[in-house]
Design a protein around this ligand. Structure first.
Ligand code: BTN
Length: 247
């Protein structure tokens, strides 16, 4: 049993039973004038969104969580790294020990033993220069047959969604402050320490293109660096990344 942390000053966490999506609801709230620092959690989502227009399957028992943050659109992508680091820390805080097998996968996923257990989705709320960062975390076993990546869950740790949400708020507020005070460098460093696939061959899929290279690291703004041997190092700012053979 772990004591639930208090929310950082200025943060609010609202819990809903059901909503179309916590990202969709926060975007509506942002549009209506909500300031930074509101986090929403829902037990269930009826129309959860994944990246690239995919559906995010959202049954009861998992974490569906979004937070509203003030950020310039040009650097909004870096918020995703703050979110992934916060989520990783929050999971370890709730479990009560380090989980070295829990890794960050570029750009915005968490893997446990090479299976995707969490995905993050950033969406712009342009009216007031805000972004919504959403997180979906599989806390119960998930039976997804047509997933793009192998799917896993954190079910073995029996994590309660509300306790995880509170811990995410605390850790995220800390990473956000670090980012604002010190820039992206500390996030980049921390993320690389927990990165999945460094030194491995990665296949990157874009809409009309696919290429390979060795995953060498992150650029100073968070792009993926792929060493393509004689062709040099390619910097990738968006795309789907697959590691391992047979992808
Ligand atoms: C991905 O494709 O990996 C990103 C998935 C993001 C899912 C979360 S669940 C909470 C929030 N609300 C949504 O509709 N999507 C995000």
């Amino acid at each position: 049993m772990h004591a639930s942390p208090d929310l950082p000053d200025g943060w609010r966490l609202e819990t809903l039973c059901e909503i179309d999506g916590t990202n969709a609801e926060l975007l509506r709230r942002a549009d209506a004038g909500e300031p930074e620092g509101l986090a929403l959690r829902s037990d269930v989502q009826s129309a959860g969104r994944g990246r690239r227009g995919r559906v995010w399957n959202s049954p009861n028992g998992n974490l569906y969580f979004s937070v509203l943050v003030k950020a310039e659109p040009s650097v909004a992508g870096q918020i995703g790294f703050a979110g992934a680091l916060a989520l990783l820390e929050a999971i370890e805080a709730v479990v009560g020990r380090p989980l070295p097998e829990l890794r960050c996968k570029w750009p915005n996923d968490l893997l446990l033993q090479r299976r995707k257990v969490a995905g993050l989705l950033l969406e712009l709320a342009p009216k007031r220069g805000q972004v919504v960062l959403g997180m979906g975390v599989n806390l119960v076993p998930m039976d997804v047959v047509d997933a793009v990546y192998p799917v896993g869950s954190l079910a073995e740790f029996s994590i309660a969604p509300q306790e995880l949400a509170l811990n995410v708020c605390v850790a995220f507020a800390r990473w956000l402050e670090t980012w604002r005070m010190m820039g992206f460098a500390p996030l980049r460093r921390a993320w690389l320490e927990r990165a999945h696939g460094l030194g491995e061959v990665a296949t990157v899929r874009l809409v009309n293109e696919e290429f390979e290279g060795t995953f060498k690291g992150l650029s100073e703004d968070g792009s993926l660096l792929l060493d393509q041997g004689g062709e040099g190092v390619k910097s990738v700012s968006a795309g789907e990344v697959f590691f391992g053979v047979g992808v």
